[in-house]
Design a protein around this ligand. Structure first.
Ligand SMILES: [Zn+2]
Ligand SMILES: [Zn+2]
Ligand SMILES: [Zn+2]
Length: 161
């Protein structure tokens, strides 16, 4: 994943811990640098670069490049997810979905069902279908289909109150 500054540039000035070849005395005190102070070749990076990071083009500063990772948000809880995904692992685990009737969020088998309705809608006095009867028929093998598009397929029309 390419991490870019808001200006589109992907190169940053960063910091690194530097190590040089130096001359020490018998007491391990630094008394000089190999090749003299002008020889930069004897100094090399010995750690992972760290921030703050400054864009080499627009000079914008970032404490952490992670904050520039392209991310999306989970449609259910708003947690960050990998770009291109719309549901976080926790919401996948909880079987979260969106109610066909009210647009609210629910968890299949917990606060809603696999037909796409949340319990609130299902319990509402003006819920148009007799789901209990539908489930009874489904269990009895009289209705073959059970899924989010059960209503769209018109299967529930037989169970309209
Ligand atoms: Zn920039
Ligand atoms: Zn989520
Ligand atoms: Zn609902």
């Amino acid at each position: 994943m390419l991490i870019k500054c808001s200006c589109g540039n992907d190169e940053f000035k960063a910091h690194i811990g530097l190590t040089g070849d130096i001359i020490v005395n018998g007491q391990n005190n630094w008394i000089g640098q190999c090749g003299g102070h002008t020889d930069n070749n004897s100094i090399y990076g010995s750690s992972k670069p760290f921030g703050p990071y400054i864009c080499t083009v627009c000079k914008k500063e970032y404490d952490d490049l992670e904050e520039l990772m392209e991310r999306s948000r989970c449609q259910f809880c708003g947690r960050f997810v990998v770009k291109g995904e719309d549901t976080c692992p926790m919401c996948l685990f909880l079987n979260m979905d969106i109610c066909i009737m009210c647009g609210g969020k629910f968890s299949i088998g917990n606060t809603g069902n696999e037909l796409g309705f949340c319990i609130d809608c299902q319990k509402s006095p003006d819920f148009p279908y007799d789901l209990k009867k539908y489930y009874e028929d489904h269990d009895a093998g009289l209705v073959g289909f059970k899924g989010f598009d059960t209503m769209e397929r018109g299967i529930l029309e037989d169970y309209r109150r």
